[in-house]
Design a protein around this ligand. Structure first.
Ligand SMILES: CC(C)(COP(=O)(O)OP(=O)(O)OC[C@H]1O[C@@H](n2cnc3c(N)ncnc32)[C@H](O)[C@@H]1OP(=O)(O)O)[C@@H](O)C(=O)NCCC(=O)NCCS
Length: 173
């Protein structure tokens, strides 16, 4: 059976949050854990829209918090499915923050999440493929295979010699 294609735009999520006192530490900076929660929810909604299924988070690639986000800032999270494999989808999330008084924007961080589609019994579901449209989407799509294999190797779920894209890069055999 042929799998249908969907574009990243069809499942894009843009989520906006106001940083309230309950979201901050004693330096009035946003807690990293709160930001990770918002990122996880954004990624899950994008993956659900793409797959029309319930999804679970399989992994989160390394996240660095480059600049602090302050109480009162407006945080925008943009999540897009970059590529779908079998039951899993890679989602790229970009986070920016804006000071509402100065209008100054900071690019805070970005990350790749991997989510897996499930049916009501908790069995994996094959998801639609991604059809990238823009130059940036094509770049994310193309490089997603390497990132997938790298995270599976790191998680001990794939042997380096089984990978299609890494074995020649990471070994000198
Ligand atoms: C993620 C999970 C579904 C994988 O289940 P599994 O039985 O190991 O399944 P598989 O090895 O067949 O992998 C299923 C898919 O997940 C992907 N996957 C598994 N582990 C992964 C990892 N660490 N990183 C990225 N992708 C991963 C596989 O590549 C596969 O993708 P594909 O179907 O597109 O080829 C399972 O480990 C799970 O349910 N984990 C808990 C999820 C959860 O509760 N998340 C919230 C955290 S509190």
């Amino acid at each position: 059976m042929k799998r249908i294609n969907k574009t990243p735009k069809e499942s894009e999520v843009v989520k906006t949050e106001l940083v309230l006192p309950n979201d901050t530490n004693s330096l009035d900076n946003l807690f990293g854990g709160r930001l990770l929660e918002w990122m996880d929810v954004s990624a899950a909604i994008a993956a659900q829209r793409h797959s029309n299924c319930v999804v679970v988070t399989a992994s989160v690639d390394n996240v660095s918090f480059v600049e602090p986000i302050k109480q009162g800032d407006v945080v925008t999270l943009k999540a897009r499915v970059t590529r779908a494999f079998n039951s899993s989808m890679e989602v790229y999330i970009e986070v920016t923050a804006e000071n509402p008084r100065t209008k100054q924007h900071i690019g805070s961080n970005s990350a790749f999440y991997t989510l897996v589609a499930m049916d009501n019994e908790g069995h994996k579901v094959i998801v639609p493929e991604i059809k990238p449209e823009t130059k940036e989407e094509r770049k994310f799509f193309k490089t997603a295979l390497q990132r997938r294999e790298l995270r599976l190797v790191m998680a001990g779920k794939m042997r380096l010699k089984e990978s299609l894209s890494l074995k020649d890069v990471l070994t000198d055999e």
